[in-house]
Design a protein around this ligand. Structure first.
Ligand code: SAM
Length: 460
């Protein structure tokens, strides 16, 4: 209703209707893939290899930068196949909130957390009911005042800022920041999210570039003005409001039953709460460095205070590659029969010698990733009710220094060591995923499938 009043869907080419769960259909299977249109069938055989022709998702899923978004069809399938209401779902690696949205659509309550401040902002925006008209009015006010303002403060400092942001862009961003900070607290999250997209777009990175690494493209970046910054801010804000209004029209007036846990580390899930299911997509070993990829947003939005503060985020990141030399020179052993020889192969460069000490570092990244994920499984197990399910999706195999690491299978085995039982799994062919970008390094390969595994905590 609100969306219609605002004319938002027309503007952004959306239908304005909340899609109903789709009727499932399995196309003529071209071996070895089961080709599926729309949702994942509930009668899927375990071990299936799937390829999905996806329907246009709700815009809310697309909102917010996250290099490894899950497709909503996976949590949707799990919830329909395994959950019954009332249900409380946990996503301990919430990212851009795909599971949260899906669980809310299903009618469940949700607990969520993520160590990354930008992810937390995105999830807060998606789980807060905004007065869209009021945000729009406030944004007009901000833009009017911003375009009249002569003086730009200088409050944001980080390494290489001048290389990545032209002077008029810096001024425009500073002015917008100043006005957002003065705006009504209730409206701020969505304004910050629009600023986050503006920061990325007006930086000297090319469209589609994920990491701010110095490249020769820089001469080709057009000169930008303050007005360009304001124009992009308006565009992203309109998009965000349209997505939120579409989403709010789906949930109606029902209270949003999503709770951000006061925790920022999935390895230590403390507190007085339990859940009926965990539905998540944990970090990938070879994923994009999310702290680096979101460096500009972290600083311009004041989500970190300085460079050191940003680098400290790596301490909590599962899958981090920022490991001190003194630590990675040591060969880590997990006690897992299949994993330890793989770590040793990487460490001793048995299949591929990378430059410098990359082999030792990569071996430690793998060791640390699985050790951290085991800690997470122990913690999640204690929070899941007996008889509850844990569903995760992750890249099936990562190739590291020529060594194929069967990530999904090893994660499932580690979870089973903790007490879970594997009930089901399927593989999904990845298409057009940002995560799957070809890498310009030889020690890592791209991920071709996502494996989804369903585990059960025995009822005792
Ligand atoms: C694959 S992404 C999740 C994507 C999400 N399902 C979505 O659709 O947007 C993994 C997430 O784990 C988060 N993460 C990494 N280490 C973490 C930790 N120790 N505790 C909590 N979250 C962590 C990352 O910030 C990232 O958002």
């Amino acid at each position: 209703m609100l969306a219609k009043q605002l004319g938002l869907f027309e503007e952004f080419g959306k239908t304005g209707t909340c899609p109903e769960p789709q009727t499932l259909s399995v196309g003529a299977g071209q071996a070895p893939y089961l080709h599926v249109a729309g949702d994942i069938p509930l009668d899927l055989p375990s071990g299936a290899l799937l390829s999905i022709a996806r329907k246009q998702p709700l815009s809310i899923y697309l909102l917010g930068f996250q290099p490894a978004k899950t497709i909503p069809e996976i949590p949707r399938w799990f919830l329909q196949a395994y959950a019954s209401l009332p249900s409380t779902v946990l996503d301990p690696f919430s990212g851009s909130g795909t599971t949260i949205i899906e669980a809310l659509r299903f009618g469940a309550s949700v607990y969520w957390l993520d160590y990354h401040p930008l992810s937390r902002l995105i999830c807060r925006v998606k789980t807060t009911t905004f007065a869209a008209l009021e945000v729009l009015e406030e944004s007009f006010d901000i833009l009017r005042k911003s375009s009249r303002q002569k003086h730009a403060p200088e409050t944001v400092h980080f390494a290489n800022k001048d290389f990545w942001f032209q002077e008029p862009v810096q001024e425009g961003l500073e002015i917008l920041r100043e006005h957002i900070l003065r705006s009504r607290a209730a409206n701020q999250p969505v304004l910050w999210l629009a600023l986050a997209s503006t920061v990325r777009k007006t930086s000297n990175m090319n469209d589609g570039m994920l990491l701010a690494a110095r490249r020769p493209h820089i001469e080709k970046i057009p000169k930008r003005s303050r007005d360009d910054v304001f124009r992009y801010f308006k565009m992203y804000l309109d998009k965000a409001i349209a997505a939120i209004a579409e989403w709010q029209s789906c949930v109606g007036d029902a209270p949003v039953r999503a709770t951000e846990l006061p925790l920022q580390d999935a390895r230590a899930l403390g507190g007085d709460w339990t859940c009926d299911a965990v539905v998540t997509s944990p970090p990938y070993i070879n994923a994009i460095d999310y702290v680096w990829a979101s460096k500009f947003e972290l600083h311009w939005l004041g989500l970190v205070n300085n460079d050191e503060d940003r680098l400290n985020l790596y301490l909590r990141e599962i899958g981090t590659e920022r490991i001190p030399r003194s630590e990675y020179r040591e060969l880590g052993q997990t006690g897992h029969e299949e994993l330890d020889p793989l770590i040793e192969d990487i460490y001793r460069a048995r299949w591929y010698r990378a430059s410098g000490e990359q082999n030792q570092l990569r071996a430690r990244v793998v060791y640390k990733y699985f050790t951290d994920m085991r800690k997470h499984f122990v913690s999640a197990y204690s929070k899941l009710r007996p008889g509850g399910f844990y569903c995760f999706s992750v890249g099936d195999v990562s190739r590291i220094c020529g060594v194929e690491v069967p990530v999904a299978s090893i994660l499932s085995e580690l979870a089973c060591e903790v007490g879970f039982l594997e009930k089901f799994r399927f593989n999904l062919l990845l298409k057009n995923r940002k995560l799957n970008v070809p890498r310009n390094v030889n020690w890592a390969g791209t991920i071709k499938h996502d494996t989804t595994v369903v585990l059960e905590k025995p009822a005792k």
